[in-house]
Design a protein around this ligand. Sequence first.
Ligand code: SF4
Ligand SMILES: [Zn+2]
Length: 120
Amino acid sequence: MATCPRCHQPIDTQAVRCPHCFLVLKAYGHPGIPLHQASENTFLCDSCRYHEDDTCTFPQRPYAKTCTLYRDKSEPLVAEFKSPLYPSSPWGQFKTWCRRNRGLLLLLVLIGISVLFALR
Ligand code: SF4
Ligand SMILES: [Zn+2]
């Protein structure tokens, strides 16, 4: 179970506010948008990937205490990409090729059916 970053009481992972100290835990009141919180004497930007690679344009940078886009720079990037864009196995490459050339495959099937009807 998750704990509140302020009062450290157990909370529901979907909770929009902490029921104990009323800290806002989700952005815009939506349970699907986590609002990351800095601890008392730190700023989120100090450990954020987007601060490190200088791609963040948020006005609160570099002193953000809360942020919806925060990404911990110590967490590996590969975890975000569970399925590779370009599969290395031949079967995976074939499936990708078929997905990309659906129109061509459909045309070939139609030509094949037409030839079968013409030969009858
Ligand atoms: S995304 Fe948020 S935490 Fe990260 S650098 Fe920008 S303002 Fe800071
Ligand atoms: Zn709390």
